[in-house]
Design a binder for this molecule. Structure first.
Ligand code: ATP
Ligand code: MG
Length: 721
């Protein structure tokens, strides 16, 4: 790294250390680069020590990359780089018991599934199952809303004035009580509780303000109100803070992100802030920027910005309209093959982005059929698989025996004859004696259970206790192995051929815990925390040479040479759930802007006349995405794509089988008459074509009359529009 790698504005953002800094700039203008260089500069010029710097990123992956880059260039460890959630969890591990002494540092972090299981318990306990409209998902979104708005149970109770509101307030109250008794927190608490702690204790806040002397935040446009409050508290005293963001890329409104943080709140909270604008884009070509721009500039709630590509005009944006989602996927595959043939790209230079996860299935199937290597980001996460979750629940209960939700997952797994009825008996005991479900198991001899059940519960109780005592002696790797052995889990899967996949996944889990133990403290608590903060992106191996398939949301901050955006149909992208909601439409436009600006060289926009929904072909009338009408048509090149399917009866050995083959009848590969550019011979026209694919031969007449026969694979011909 060198400061000469930066332009004047970027340099200003890096070197301004006496004032708060707001870098407000468009996609690909080097905001993330500025943050990385600024950390490097602060350390190298001895302005702050590595451990005095706190950098907040949007994903674990971005945090790991930033750490790596800094370590590579300055060989230092100890910079605090993480997501808001991981830093919040770190604070809570140290001090959570200040909030309530029923909490301790072994607390579990609940994911969505755990949260829903807990809410189910709440609804049962409060006996409000009969209210259909108060379903679990709705309740969860309500709690999210309260926590995003930093509303306490008391505030919600005070505001409730309808019957339904009162019920929801009751749910919120009981949910919080159960979290406490389970020694568990949810994702929102990872931000909300540190705020409470700091408000509770000025001394503690001072300690952190002095420890973290410089704060940097990436993707600032997608912070929510509690996240902004947290950094405002940490930065209030020294005001050493740099945030970077782009209001046009705020795409997490549905999860509580507050676009006003970047538009007004930062300046209001830090009135001395210096605002730096970055106006050069180093990632994309001008046509790509223009395409993205022409859509997002129709939004009203945005700040005007300038952005000029340093790369020049580039190619036009391609638009391929196909007959069906299957052909859309075929068109993507054929385009990738052609591009690799012409531009010599590698598979990892391509990304296929979609608005909804459901679209990935058809693309995946087609990629498989066509033999193209791909990598799907998202979908079912490894750590969400049942057998993996079960083993993790064992580890969780060993760490935190108060976690009833985890305990319920494993109390009868592998089967020890404990059904719903027995669990209810134990649950009643917990209420009677005011103890946790786990503690109630201790009394298994005093209650009405069969002798065999009593034996198995007792041995379960003793074993978990034994492992709990071993936490300080064994590392997570040893613990997992001993535990699988003790509870006979591996054998359970191994002896059942139908469960081979599950057995393999347990082996994979062993490998992942081994990797963790090698590169870290080896502490089980730390491992469980890392897993609970895992996101889709963490599974993605971006070094592998394969095409990436991901949602637009997951693609934030990333870049690829060629980007395909699928499903540009009205109703799918923009995905509008409620009519006439202009805020929603604005967020969809920002999503489009994010999708297109991931591309460095080429963008393909695609849509399909018919698309399968829930397995059936949806024949409702097709309207192309309104975004396509908002783009200046001069920068779009419509590419034809048509296929025909032919049936052939094949006879072999007296058997008849029907083979269906697909032929592309119209596609924008080379055609006779095309204008092409060659590095050495200049511009020419294709006169003849021979063969297809990699070994296609062309006869070209170049300007000046020179005629050449060339093999497309080697000739590096470029088509001129
Ligand atoms: P996004 O808004 O998508 O998060 P960003 O503003 O964070 O984008 P970066 O990812 O930091 O942009 O930079 C985009 C690309 O431009 C990267 O490949 C980066 O290395 C390159 N880049 C940034 N600044 C410069 C520069 N001054 N000179 C050359 N390349 C640069
Ligand atoms: Mg960035």
């Amino acid at each position: 790294m060198n400061l000469t790698d930066l332009n004047t504005q970027q340099l200003k953002a890096v070197k301004t250390v006496k004032h708060p800094v707001l870098v407000f700039a468009g996609a690909g203008s080097g905001k993330t680069r500025v943050l990385t260089y600024k950390i490097w500069h602060l350390i190298k010029d001895k302005i702050y020590k590595p451990n005095e710097i706190l950098a907040l990123t949007f994903t674990n992956k971005a945090a790991a990359e930033m750490k790596e880059r800094i370590k590579d260039s300055i060989n230092c460890d100890g910079v605090n780089v993480g997501t808001f959630h991981s830093i919040g969890a770190r604070i809570l591990r140290m001090h959570i018991s200040y909030l309530d002494d029923k909490y301790n540092s072994d607390f579990t972090i609940y994911d969505v599934a755990d949260q829903k299981a807990l809410l189910k318990e709440v609804v049962e306990q409060l006996n409000i199952v009969e209210f259909k409209e108060l379903n679990i998902n709705f309740l969860r979104s309500q709690l999210d809303k309260f926590k995003n708005a930093s509303m306490s149970v008391e505030e919600v109770e005070a505001k409730a004035n309808t019957f339904e509101d009162e019920k929801i307030a009751e749910v919120y109250k009981r949910y919080s009580e159960l979290l406490l008794s389970n020694n568990a927190v949810d994702f929102n608490d990872l931000i909300g509780m540190p705020i409470k702690l700091f408000k509770h204790s000025k001394a503690l806040l001072n300690k952190y303000q002095q420890a973290w002397k410089y704060i940097l935040v990436d993707e600032f446009q997608d912070t929510n109100s509690p996240q902004f409050e947290l950094i405002s508290l940490l930065g209030a005293d020294h005001q050493n803070i740099t945030v970077v963001g782009d209001d046009d890329q705020s795409i997490y409104g549905w999860r509580g992100a507050n676009i006003d943080n970047i538009l007004t709140n930062f300046q209001d909270t830090f009135p001395n802030a210096v605002e730096v604008k970055l106006e050069k884009n180093y990632r994309s070509t001008q046509r790509i920027l223009d395409g993205a721009w022409s859509v997002v500039s129709n939004n009203t709630n945005r700040a005007e910005k300038k952005l000029v590509a340093t790369k020049g005009l580039g190619e036009k944006i391609s638009l391929i309209s196909t007959g069906s989602d299957e052909d859309e996927a075929n068109a993507i595959c054929d385009s990738i093959k052609t591009e690799i043939k012409i531009n010599k790209g590698a598979f990892k230079d391509f990304a296929i982005l979609y608005r909804t996860n459901a679209q990935s299935r058809m693309i995946e199937q087609t990629m498989m059929k066509e033999g193209l290597p791909y990598n799907i980001v998202g979908g079912t996460k490894f750590y969400d698989r049942k057998e993996v979750k079960d083993v993790l629940a064992y580890l969780t209960v060993v760490c935190n025996p108060n976690d009833d939700i985890a305990l319920k997952r494993i109390i009868n797994f592998p089967v020890r004859g404990i059904g719903e009825k027995s669990i209810t008996i134990f649950k009643n005991l917990t209420l009677e004696k005011n103890i946790s479900l786990f503690e109630s198991l201790k009394f298994c001899r005093d209650i009405k259970l069969r002798g065999k059940q009593q034996d198995s519960i007792e041995s379960f109780y003793l074993s978990i206790n034994k492992f709990h005592d071993l936490l300080d002696t064994l590392d997570c790797k040893e613990l997992l192995r001993a535990l699988l052995e003790e509870f006979n889990i591996e054998n359970y899967y191994k002896n059942n051929p139908a469960e081979q996949d599950r057995y393999d996944n347990i082996q994979e889990l062993k490998l992942s815990i081994d990797r963790f133990a090698e590169n870290s403290s080896g502490n089980l608590k730390d491992f469980l925390q890392e897993i609970s903060l895992y996101t889709d992106l963490d599974d993605w191996d971006d070094k592998k040479n394969s095409v990436t398939l991901m949602t637009i949301h997951a693609a934030k901050g990333l870049e690829f040479s060629t980007v395909f955006v699928s499903g540009l149909e009205q109703g799918l992208f923009p995905l509008i759930r409620m009519d006439d909601d202009s805020d929603q439409l604005e967020e969809e436009r920002r999503l489009f802007y994010v999708a297109v600006t991931r591309a460095m060289e080429r963008v393909y926009l695609l849509n399909a006349k018919y698309r399968r929904k829930f397995g059936a072909l949806n024949t409702s009338s097709f309207i192309q995405s309104e975004f396509l009408n908002e783009i200046n048509q001069d920068i779009i090149k419509v590419k034809p794509y048509k296929t025909v399917y032919t049936k052939r009866v094949v006879r072999s050995g007296g058997k008849k089988t029907i083979q269906i083959s697909r032929t592309v009848t119209e596609f924008d590969d080379f055609k006779v008459g095309d204008q092409v550019q060659h590095n050495l011979f200049g511009v020419g026209t294709i006169l003849v074509l021979n063969g297809t694919g990699e070994n296609q031969k062309v006869g070209v007449e170049f300007d000046g009359g020179l005629r050449k026969k060339l093999i497309v694979k080697y000739a590096r011909l470029k088509k001129i529009d």
